[in-house]
Write a protein that binds this ligand. Structure first.
Ligand code: VNL
Ligand code: MN
Length: 349
């Protein structure tokens, strides 16, 4: 049976050996970061064959053109929008991070050029050095023809509402390219109760961290300065769609009381204007229905979260979603084509 919908998965992780090696050094450093649990487990396992190591995420991250492509064929996935996996380059010093982001972007552009209908890519940048980051962002879009940007939440415990990052936001807005804010483990001050029971992870901490990042951006008023900036959130919007009513109500109270800055729009209006979300790692039709009704079918994109989520159930989740064909086409590919400027299938085949 011919596939009915082109399928573009939008939060698909990869790595390169040089970044994996530097993350192994982070794992061996005395870093107190909550990210060390994952970084150690994947890049420098103490318990081979157990935990993260048993899942062979590293193998899945480093392989793009062989096993992954074969699996994409098997399950009818047309395209992965690739991004350098969390924490990206954000745990390195500024010079190392800047160099490794450029190297990862070059490799990513090579992969996309070899398989223009199978891979597109989100470029990395090093927020540790915002001016150099802005230059790399321009190169990534204008020269490497990549499709947008990936950022793994905080950098040294700081968030994008900090004015030091304006050059990065200015570049993204001017280039008309979306920034995908992907999770990493919670920042230092946020980590207390997340240290037990595995809560540091994608189970809970990633969503708290990344949702908080996006809310900081909204309440800070930064979208009045960058009204055309588009931010993408994974994991069905990191719970924000469900919180919008309360966020709106309590933010207007905080504004009236002088605890939040005055803004031109309400929090809900910013979320509808400046954000899109993906379904990565939330394969729940009820949550999907809520997201579509709350945000509109133009603002929800399909994602797998490979290799952290298996491919087949993510395909099945969207194939079997109780939505009409028009909506399904938007979720599976049209929204991704628009937001990440991916050529429609007819244009490249
Ligand atoms: C996990 C899931 C990790 C999704 C990820 O990035 C991710 C995890 C490091 O289950 O550990 O994108
Ligand atoms: Mn992910």
């Amino acid at each position: 049976m011919a596939a009915k919908f082109r399928k573009i998965a939008t939060e698909e992780a990869f790595s390169i050996p040089e970044v994996a090696e530097s993350l192994r050094d982070v794992a061996r450093s005395p870093s107190q970061s909550l990210d060390r649990v994952l970084v150690k487990g994947i890049y420098d396992s103490d318990t081979p064959g157990k935990g993260y190591d048993a899942l062979n995420f590293l193998g899945g991250l480093l392989d793009v053109e062989e096993r992954r492509l074969a699996q994409m064929d098997e399950f009818g996935v047309d395209m992965h929008l690739l991004s350098l996996t969390a924490p990206g380059v954000q745990m390195f010093d500024a010079d190392t991070a800047t160099d490794l982001a450029a190297l990862a972007n070059d490799r990513l552009a090579d992969i996309c050029a070899r398989h223009p209908t199978r891979f597109a890519g989100l470029a990395s940048f090093a927020p540790q050095s915002p001016k150099r980051a802005a230059k790399e962002m321009e190169r990534a879009i204008n020269e490497l023809k990549l499709n947008g940007f990936i950022l793994n939440s905080h950098t040294n415990d700081e968030y994008l509402d900090d004015p030091k990052y304006w050059p990065v936001l200015e570049a993204a807005e001017a280039l008309g390219a979306c920034i995908y804010i992907h999770p990493r483990a919670a920042s230092y001050g946020f980590k207390g109760p997340l240290q037990d029971y595995g809560l540091d992870s994608a189970m809970w901490g990633y969503g708290m961290e990344t949702g908080t990042h996006a809310v900081r951006m909204m309440v800070s008023g930064l979208f009045d300065r960058f009204p055309k900036l588009t931010i993408c959130l994974g994991h069905m919007g990191e719970a924000i769609p469900f919180w919008l009513w309360r966020l709106n109500f309590m933010n207007s109270r905080a504004q009236a009381g002088g605890r939040s800055p005055k803004t031109e729009l309400s929090m809900e209006e910013y979320f509808l204007r400046n954000f899109v979300i993906t379904t990565s790692g939330v394969e729940d039709h009820l949550a999907l229905d809520y997201a579509i009704r709350k945000l509109g079918a133009d603002n929800v994109l399909w994602a797998i979260d490979y290799p952290y989520q298996p491919m087949a159930p993510a395909v099945e989740f969207m194939e079997s979603a109780p939505v009409d064909d028009e909506t399904k086409a938007k979720l599976f590919h049209r929204n991704a084509e628009r937001v990440f400027r991916i050529a429609p299938a007819e244009a490249v085949q």
